[in-house]
Design a protein around this ligand. Sequence first.
Ligand SMILES: *[C@@H]1O[C@H](CO)[C@@H](O)[C@H](O)[C@H]1NC(C)=O
Ligand SMILES: *[C@@H]1O[C@H](CO)[C@@H](O)[C@H](O)[C@H]1NC(C)=O
Ligand SMILES: *[C@@H]1O[C@H](CO)[C@@H](O)[C@H](O)[C@H]1NC(C)=O
Length: 438
Amino acid sequence: MLYRHMVLTYRKSRVKDADVRRLVLIAVLGVFLLVLLLRTNTIIELVTRYSYETNESLEVRINDNYTLGVKMGLNLPKQNEFSISLERRNRMPPRNLDLYPKLAKDHVVIVLYVHNRPQYLRIVVDSLSRVSGIGETLLIVSHDGFFEGMNKIVEGIKFCQVKQIFAPYSPHVFPNGFPGVSPSDCKEKDDHVKMKCEGTPDQYGNHRSPKIVSLKHHWWWMMNTVWDGLKETKGHFGHILFIEEDHFIYPNAYRNLQLLIDLKPKKCPDCYAANLAPSDVKSRGEGWESLVAERMGNVGYSFNRTVWRKIHRKAREFCSFDDYNWDITMWATVYPSFGGPVYTLRGPRTSAVHFGKCGLHQGQGEKSACIDNGVVNVEVGDADKVPNIKSDWEVYVYNRQDGYKAGFRGWGGWGDIRDRQLCLNFANMYWASESQGV
Ligand SMILES: *[C@@H]1O[C@H](CO)[C@@H](O)[C@H](O)[C@H]1NC(C)=O
Ligand SMILES: *[C@@H]1O[C@H](CO)[C@@H](O)[C@H](O)[C@H]1NC(C)=O
Ligand SMILES: *[C@@H]1O[C@H](CO)[C@@H](O)[C@H](O)[C@H]1NC(C)=O
């Protein structure tokens, strides 16, 4: 623009003097070079800032083929045939690519992690099928163990791209050895010296229970895998939403979440995440005309890769904290280590509810089986069918909320060094560097 304008003025003035002409030419060239220089600088600055933000460039990826990565220098349990076959399955492309060939530019990937409660999963999947915008995204279902009843439900999904992954080191996949139950393992409060059994007790003197540790293992394996291990999501720089097999999702959840993610940087710089539901799982929200910032909840939470990298850097803390609950581990060790308040942003009216009456370990053929046929009475009102968050709302911040925090020593169940090592190995599966060690 500047250049053209100068040339025009130059022509109009019809100056004949050659010296003046040369001078103007030099000036024009100078401006041209300056513009070029500024542009290049901006590009360099953008690239630097980008790699700084994601820290991608600072870490070297082992290999695109993560099975190879898994085997390089990591002391992972020896896999059986079945475990290997699950890993092979994890590399299969998403289903429904013919129906939904393209993902929307600003899509929020949804990860649904499940164990074995088909009567619940059916309800969750049905609720997801009614979510506006769901067809724009990829749904990843992460399975802890392999259960035909669960697969059938996932295979029936036709409302979006869907990919199934199976935790190949789940205790449920190892019937006679670590990470499953091994005959030489200590049980309950066994003295490992007297009994000559294997295992490190937790802070309360109890030995590991494979069924119980499987939760935390699955969550951590899944996090590492969806952010860093899958071809489909390795390059995803937006948010990922995490839900469980007993979370009912309202029709407006996806559009509301997109709004929250948009508003987060402007409205709540201390917010690391956006949530579909209040952190108090019994609450349906305050119904105010206001956004809410509060402590991270565990129903329908979403965050981006920057936050994941921060979490990943705390692998040692996560893996060595003596509590078998991933969420309590996060509240008591990982979030407090960020060095400031860790809030999540949400609307004043929930877009997801936790409905399960049975715990994850109940209802699996034990004496104390918890049976409920998965009848839920979630009332979906008109206000839950359309986006109900306003961008001109203020943010109400809950300052001193109850809950687990730094200083809590943990409920135990995570004392065995083999579990801690496996957990650390998951953090290193897809990366060559980073200081967690092996
Ligand atoms: C990226 O990593 C470097 C060194 O490991 C660290 O100093 C920096 O704070 C990190 N950046 C972000 C945005 O986390
Ligand atoms: C990935 O691993 C599979 C099986 O281990 C192998 O057949 C394939 O060639 C590998 N791909 C690459 C790109 O290394
Ligand atoms: C990711 O989210 C965090 C916390 O909200 C924010 O500070 C950061 O800028 C975001 N990163 C990107 C790449 O958008």
